[in-house]
Design a protein around this ligand. Structure first.
Ligand code: GUN
Ligand code: FE
Length: 420
């Protein structure tokens, strides 16, 4: 058994709003599995080597529960159109490039590297409709040490003819080929991914629902992101009172289903999420960048809905989860302003919990640095930043969020291995 000990200020988020700090503490691992966090090293570990991070902060890494890998080349551009026009004008054209597997390899290798440098060690990700590029994406994430789920996108209507489209039969056949080919990729599992209701025929949705049940696969999609989109869903599924029912009727609304955005989900839709244990992924920056709206995260949390964070790259302008966390807080402050100060904004501790523990739980992890979990952690480096007095660890964490520095993450652990 290999014992490793990390020494530093150990910081984790065991519950919503709770930042637990063990100053000058020890995080003990055996074969990458957390044995405990101690303020004094237990004598049984006295002879083991210690990696001393000094005054640095050893914090939980991030889990990004919603992002689109093939949109990486357009990150930071095309933020002037609302969702449906944005998809048709920019997004589908960009995703179409991933028919080229060499291009996919180059871009996805770089993306995987950047995610690790940003301290994102777990992802739930959309690929494009291309099976081969999806397999390449899974390989590159695995190579970089990232763990999580990737979905070949299903979209057999409303693509761009001749550019980005698949027939129902192709979509089914390619999904089966993908599922048969991706078994050996370490740490990365497949997740069924109907792009969103408007992109999929009933026949395709029914196939995905039965595949999810028969093969015990998870499902991800988009929900109630934009008012025009919701109008379109109502016209396509007049039998559904609410958007979520267009997934529910095909067996896609189930335990651990991931639904991105949920900006305009009303109380009934949110209750349906809670009952089914569906994860609502809040994509704060994207919701503003595409002028979709500001999701009622505080209400969701109060009602017991499971919420985690996603960058939604490239509907957003950012990939770094420290930026996403800051954006989440800012968005919640806009809701506070517009509620005549009735709705409390999210605190730094709450937003960091959503970006860490809440997301890691979807992958089966416990709360904070839980004993028995494989380590997912970052080391925060802020020694270059000036201050007029010694800062508390809590103040330093806050500043790392709001004033994110290049190279503010000096080491990363994913699934028990050091990957940076
Ligand atoms: N809805 C369907 N496709 C997409 C996408 O690529 N990004 C976002 N933000 N919403 C979508
Ligand atoms: Fe999205």
């Amino acid at each position: 058994m290999a014992t490793e000990i990390l020494k530093g200020h150990i910081a984790d988020f065991p519950s919503l709003g709770e930042l637990r700090i063990t100053e000058n503490g020890y995080l003990v691992l055996e074969d990458g599995v957390i044995q405990g966090v101690y303020s004094r090293l237990p004598p049984c570990y006295a002879a083991c080597p210690v990696v001393d991070y000094g005054n640095r902060i050893v914090m939980q890494s991030f889990a990004d529960l919603h992002l689109h890998a093939p949109q990486y080349p357009m990150l930071g551009m095309g933020m002037d159109l609302p969702l449906l026009e944005w998809l048709q004008t920019y997004t589908f054209q960009t995703e179409a490039r991933f028919a080229d597997t060499d291009f996919a390899r180059t871009v996805y290798r770089r993306l995987a590297r950047e995610l690790i440098e940003h301290g994102t060690t777990r992802v739930c990700m959309f690929s494009s409709l291309h099976t081969d590029a999806t397999l390449i994406l899974m390989e590159e994430l695995s190579r970089a040490g990232i763990t999580g789920y990737v979905g070949k996108v299903n979209m057999d209507r409303r693509g761009v003819p001749g550019v980005l489209e698949e027939t129902t039969e192709e979509s089914i056949r390619e999904t089966l080929r993908w599922l048969e080919s991706c078994g050996g990729i370490s740490g990365i599992a497949p997740i069924l991914t109907p792009r969103f209701t408007p992109s999929c025929t009933d026949k395709l949705m029914a196939f995905l629902g039965s595949a999810a049940a028969e093969r015990n696969l998870r499902v991800q999609s988009h929900l109630s992101e934009n008012l025009q989109e919701m109008e379109l869903v109502r016209s396509l599924h007049p039998d559904c009172q609410r958007y979520y029912q267009s997934y529910e009727k095909f067996g896609l609304w189930k335990d651990h289903t991931v639904m991105a955005h949920c900006v305009h989900s009303d109380r009934a839709e949110r209750d349906a999420m809670r009952r089914a244990n569906v994860l609502a992924v809040h994509c704060a920056d994207s919701n503003v960048a595409l002028c979709s709206g500001i999701a009622p995260v505080r209400a969701m949390l109060d009602e017991g809905v499971w919420v985690a964070l996603g960058s939604d790259m490239a509907g957003s302008t950012m990939l770094h989860m420290l930026d996403v966390v800051a954006s989440t807080i800012r968005s919640s402050k806009v809701r506070r302003i517009h509620s005549q100060w009735q709705e409390p904004f999210l605190t730094v501790e709450e937003a960091l919990y959503l970006g860490t523990t809440a997301g890691h739980r979807w992958f089966g992890a416990g709360d904070g640095f839980a004993v028995g979990d494989r380590l997912h952690a970052i080391v925060l480096e802020d020694s270059e930043l000036p201050s007029v007095r010694p800062l508390s660890v809590r103040e330093r964490v806050e500043r790392c969020v709001y004033r994110r520095q290049e190279r503010c993450i000096s080491a990363v652990w994913a699934d028990g291995h050091q990957v940076l």
